[in-house]
Write a new protein. Structure first.
Length: 75
């Protein structure tokens, strides 16, 4: 999950599964389009969101490598 903030007065934080994102636009507000058809207006800029997604995906690969290494040690 990645942490984002709703656009608006409160700027409430929420967590989003990046697998749901199909595109991100800046018009000029940042709009995250989801596979569900929902559009989320957020405070983060598109480049920051892309970096958050990259970090999230990288953490998945790191975790998979750790699991693989642990299984090899058990053999």
């Amino acid at each position: 999950m990645i942490s984002l903030h709703h656009f608006g007065v409160d700027g409430e934080q929420f967590f989003l599964n990046p697998e749901l994102i199909i595109k991100i636009e800046s018009k000029p507000d940042t709009i995250v389009h989801l596979i569900t058809g929902q559009e989320l207006y957020v405070r983060e800029n598109p480049r920051d969101i892309v970096e958050l997604v990259r970090e999230w995906r990288s953490s998945l690969f790191d975790a998979a490598r750790l699991i693989g290494d642990t299984q090899k040690d058990d053999e």
